[in-house]
Design a protein around this ligand. Structure first.
Ligand code: SAM
Length: 253
């Protein structure tokens, strides 16, 4: 069960969803936890703007890749969160989007529970739905898209996962949201077309959502690899494909 912070001085960890980057898409609960935090662990993807809600005396710890420095290992992040919480601190671990979606929350929850530290998840708006909102579209459409699926394009070694369910991913009645797929999507697109998904399937890439550098790359499934190669996006990319995306994003791209 979720454990809200208590007022008796017991340490506590909150995994807080930062949403897609726009500070006004934080939830009220996220702002409340940030304001109350003694220690905030944050990374690049979650964005710095939300740190304006931190108390002046809060300890801010960057745990993402910064200035070419590698990010701390997951075990080190777990250790930091737990050791501060055991000192009686209110610890906030900020995560981009929603903490329950491709954010390694499970490892942090298990580590905190194993250490006997109360932990809470504060949900955030995932980049997948925020990208749809930015594009002004719905991920589901009556009689067109009856299913939404979220998938990672990135295995532990950075390659396209070899055990993806290609039949599900090639379902023409689904809208698929691909996380961490910038480098591997061209290979995935080829596999999907080979599996029978139309090469004309509308595909939209939203880069660096919620920042001034937001860019949209749109095209068909067969065109998108060349468009990605030409645009060379540097920021994080949310890739959406499916019939529900017909006509979406081309006016922005
Ligand atoms: C580690 S996952 C985090 C997902 C996050 N928990 C969520 O719910 O959106 C990182 C991936 O999320 C997507 N992402 C995160 N922030 C993004 C942003 N500002 N713009 C576009 N995609 C983003 C990208 O696919 C990126 O590779």
């Amino acid at each position: 069960m979720n454990s809200a912070p208590s007022s008796d001085g017991t340490g506590h960890i909150a995994l807080v969803g930062a949403g897609p980057g726009d500070v006004d898409l934080l939830t009220l609960r996220a702002v409340e936890r940030l304001r109350a935090a003694d220690v905030i662990l944050y990374d690049d993807l979650a964005g710095d703007a939300l740190l304006s809600y931190a108390r002046e005396d809060a300890e801010l710890i960057a745990v993402g890749k910064r200035a070419g420095h590698p990010s701390p290992k997951q075990d080190e992040v777990n250790r930091l969160m737990i050791s501060y919480a055991k000192l009686g601190k209110r610890v906030v671990r900020v995560k981009a989007g929603d903490p329950a979606i491709f954010a390694r929350a499970d490892e942090e929850i298990c580590a905190a529970r194993a250490a006997g530290v109360p932990i809470e998840i504060v949900p955030g708006i995932t980049t997948a739905t925020a990208a749809a909102a930015f594009l002004g579209t719905s991920l589901t459409k009556r009689l067109v898209a009856r299913r939404v699926q979220m998938v990672t394009g990135h295995d532990v070694d950075g390659a396209l996962p070899s055990d993806l369910d290609l039949a599900a991913l090639a379902d023409p009645g689904a809208t698929t949201c691909v996380f961490m797929g910038k480098a591997t999507f061209p290979a995935l697109a080829q596999k999907l077309i080979a599996k029978g998904l139309s090469a004309e399937t509308p595909t939209v890439v939203v880069e660096s959502l919620g920042t001034p550098a937001t860019q949209v790359i749109a095209g068909s499934l067969s065109e998108i690899a060349a468009r990605l190669a030409a645009a060379k996006p540097q920021g994080p990319c949310m890739i959406l494909y499916g019939a529900a995306l017909a006509g979406v994003g081309r006016e922005i791209a």
